[in-house]
Ligand binder design. Structure first.
Ligand SMILES: [Cu+2]
Length: 580
C-alpha cells in the first residue's frame, strides 16, 4: 500500500535501507509495499517478489475456448507469474527450458547488459531444450513492465507476464489498491499454423469486406463517381479499407488476466479508495481501447515512466505498451473495465467491485471504423483519387500537393520493390490524434500529445544525426520490413557508443506498428522536436511520421522491431548495434 509509512523523508529512508537487511525484514516496516492483490484476490496469477527467482518454461494443457489446447507457460500459469523486483537490487533469475525447442525470456523495457536481454541470435544463443540460463543484473529503474519469450512465436502461445519494479523513492501519486491488468489475445491454433495461414491468405479474418450494398449506399450518399474512384484507389493498393487488424476476434479470444470476458477476473475495492490499475498489453497482435464507464481515468505512468497526471475517459494501448491508471470508485457498485479490440471484433474485461460476485454489464462494442485515404497520409486534397495508384512505382512528382505538406521522400530500396505495396505521401506526427475509431466519440481519449514525462532526460544534447527508417509491407504477401528490406536481408543499424541520435519512423503501410528498441530509452519528441515522453515502445499509425531520440549508452547487439508478433516474424525487425 502506498500509505504514510512509506513516506519517510529521503534521508531517513536511505539510512533505514542501508542499516537493515532488505527483503522480508523491510516488508514489516512498510518499506516494501505488500503486493496487496496477492492477498486480497486469490484468483490473480501468483506474485513472486524478491531478488531470486526460479522460472520454468514448459507445455501446459489449457482450456480457454471450451476446447482442450496446449499453451506454453512460465511456471505453469497463463499469464506467467507477476514478478516484483525492487529498484537498486541485483536480481537473479534461473530460467529452465523444458520445451523440445529453444526458448528465452526477454525483460521488456528493462535496462540491462546485452547478454541478459534474452533475444536468441542477438543477446545469446537462446536456452537449449532441457537447458537453463542464469540472468543476473542490477535493476536501475522502477515502474510497470512485462516479460515475454523472444523465441519463435512462443509469446503467442502464452509466455508472457507482468513485471513490477518498486521504486526506492516514494511515487508522486497515492493509491490504496494495486492491480495488474494484463491484456492478451489467445488462439487454440498453433502460432506457426496461424503465421502460415497469414502468408497464404492474409485476409482470412477480414470478414467485413465491403458488400455491394455498401457500395450502393456510398454511391447514393457521395455520388457514383466518388464511390467508383474510392473503390479503384483501394483496389489499386491491393487492400481492403476494413483491414484494421490482420488477426481478429474471428481467431482470437481476448483475455484480461488470463480470463475470458464471460468469465472475468474481479478486483475488489472499498468505495472511496484509489485503485491503481497497471495495464500491460501483452497481446501478440491486438490494440485495445480501454475505458471504465462511469469513472475518470487518471493516467500517471506510461511504459513504466511517471508522467504528469492526465485525466481521460479512454485510452488506446498498443501491443507492448503499459499504462498506470488511477481510478476512485465512490459508490457501492461494480464497474466493468472494458477493453475492446481496435477493430471492434471482440473485447476483454475485468470487473472492479466492492464484493465478489458483483458484475456490471459490458457496453456495446463501438462501430467499426474504416480507414480513409486521409488516415494513410494521402490527404483529402488536390489529387484525384481515381488516378492514385499508391504503388511503390508511382511517380509522385506528377501530383500536386498543397504547400503546407511537403512530399515525403522514400528510400531507393522501396522503388520497384515487390514487398512494398504502398507509400505515404504527406505523413505528419499526428500526436494529437486519438486514433482511428476514437475520434469524436464523445469521450476524452488519451493522445501521445498528452504524455509528458515528469523527468526530463539527463542527456539534453541535440541529436547529432537522424536515422530515418520506413515501415513497409505487402499486405497480400504478408511480408513486413523496414525500407522494404526484411530482417534476414538487412544490415544492422550501427550506433557509436555515447552518441545521441534521432530515429524518425515513416509508416508506409496501412497498419499501425508499435516499434520497440531494446536496451535504450526512446525519448519521443513532439512535432517541433521538443521532448515529450520517455517510452520503450512507440506506436506509429498509418500515414504518420514520428521521431524519438536515443542515447546509445548500452554496448552490444539489440533488437529493434515492430511488436506485432507476426509482423516481426515476417521481417519487420533490425539489429541495432552499439559499438565503441
Ligand atoms: Cu507491425
Amino acid at each position: 500500500m502506498n500509505d504514510e509509512t512509506s513516506r519517510f523523508p529521503d534521508t531517513t529512508r536511505r539510512r533505514l535501507l542501508r542499516g537493515m537487511a532488505l527483503g522480508s525484514a523491510a516488508a514489516g516496516l512498510g518499506l516494501w509495499r505488500e503486493p496487496v492483490w496477492a492477498l486480497a484476490t486469490p484468483n490473480q496469477s501468483g506474485v513472486l517478489a524478491g531478488k531470486d527467482f526460479d522460472l520454468s518454461i514448459g507445455r501446459t494443457p489449457v482450456n480457454i475456448t471450451g476446447r482442450a489446447a496446449s499453451a506454453i507457460t512460465v511456471n505453469g500459469s497463463l499469464p506467467g507469474p507477476i514478478l516484483r523486483w525492487r529498484e537498486g537490487d541485483e536480481v537473479t533469475l534461473r530460467v529452465r527450458n523444458t520445451l523440445a525447442e529453444t526458448s528465452a525470456i526477454h525483460w521488456h523495457g528493462i535496462l540491462l547488459p546485452a547478454n541478459m536481454d534474452g533475444v536468441p541470435g542477438l543477446s545469446f544463443h537462446g536456452i537449449e531444450p532441457g537447458g537453463d540460463y542464469l540472468y543476473r543484473f542490477r535493476v536501475r529503474q522502477s515502474g510497470t513492465y512485462w516479460y515475454h519469450s523472444h523465441s519463435s512465436l512462443q509469446e503467442q502461445a502464452g509466455v508472457y507476464g507482468a513485471l513490477i519494479v518498486d521504486p526506492l523513492e516514494p511515487e508522486p501519486f497515492a493509491f490504496d489498491r494495486d492491480y495488474v491488468v494484463m491484456l492478451s489475445d489467445w488462439t487454440d491454433m498453433d502460432p506457426h499454423r496461424l503465421f502460415a495461414r497469414l502468408k497464404k491468405r492474409s485476409d482470412y479474418d477480414n470478414l467485413y469486406k465491403r458488400t455491394v450494398g455498401d457500395f450502393l449506399r456510398d454511391a447514393r450518399e457521395d455520388g457514383i463517381t466518388a464511390a467508383v474512384a474510392d473503390r479503384k484507389a483501394w483496389g489499386a493498393m491491393r487492400m481492403s479499407p476494413t483491414d484494421l487488424a490482420d488477426v481478429n476476434g474471428n481467431t482470437y479470444t481476448y483475455l484480461a488476466n488470463g480470463r475470458r470476458a464471460d468469465d472475468d477476473w474481479t478486483g475488489l475495492f472499498t468505495p472511496g479508495e484509489r485503485v491503481r490499475l497497471r495495464f500491460v498489453n501483452g497481446a501478440a497482435m491486438t490494440f485495445f481501447d480501454v475505458r471504465i464507464p462511469g469513472l475518470k481515468l487518471t493516467v500517471v505512468a506510461a511504459d513504466g515512466q511517471n508522467i504528469q497526471p492526465v485525466e481521460v475517459d479512454e485510452f488506446r494501448i498498443a501491443p507492448a505498451e503499459t499504462f498506470d491508471v488511477i481510478v476512485q470508485p465512490e459508490r457501492d457498485e461494480a464497474h466493468v473495465v472494458f477493453a475492446q479490440a481496435m477493430d471492434r471484433s471482440g473485447h476483454a474485461r475485468i470487473t472492479l467491485a466492492p464484493r465478489m460476485g458483483m458484475r456490471a454489464p459490458s457496453p456495446a462494442l463501438d462501430k467499426r471504423a474504416l480507414l480513409t485515404m486521409d488516415d494513410m497520409g494521402h490527404g483529402s486534397h488536390a489529387m484525384s483519387t481515381a488516378e492514385m495508384s499508391c504503388g511503390a512505382n508511382m511517380d509522385h512528382s506528377k501530383m500536386s500537393m498543397p504547400m503546407s505538406t511537403p512530399m515525403q521522400a522514400h528510400p531507393a530500396s522501396e522503388t520497384g520493390n515487390p514487398f512494398v505495396d504502398m507509400q505515404t505521401m504527406s505523413p505528419t506526427p499526428r500526436l494529437d490524434d486519438p486514433g482511428i475509431g476514437l475520434r469524436d466519440n464523445g469521450r476524452r481519449v488519451l493522445r501521445y500529445a498528452d504524455l509528458h514525462s515528469l523527468q526530463v532526460p539527463d542527456d539534453d544534447r541535440e541529436p547529432s544525426r537522424e536515422i530515418e527508417l520506413h515501415l513497409t509491407g505487402h499486405m497480400e504477401r504478408f511480408v513486413w520490413g523496414f525500407d522494404g528490406i526484411k530482417f534476414s536481408d538487412a544490415e544492422p543499424v550501427r550506433l557509436k557508443y555515447g552518441e545521441r541520435v534521432r530515429f524518425t519512423l515513416v509508416n508506409d503501410t496501412m497498419m499501425e506498428h508499435p516499434v520497440h528498441l531494446h536496451g535504450m530509452w526512446s525519448d519521443l519528441e513532439d512535432a517541433d522536436g521538443k521532448f515529450l515522453v520517455r517510452k520503450h515502445s512507440v506506436s506509429i499509425p498509418p500515414g504518420t511520421k514520428r521521431s524519438f531520440r536515443v542515447t546509445a549508452d548500452a554496448l552490444g547487439r539489440w533488437a529493434f522491431h515492430c511488436h506485432m508478433l507476426m509482423h516481426m516474424e515476417a521481417g519487420m525487425m533490425r539489429e541495432v548495434r552499439v559499438e565503441e
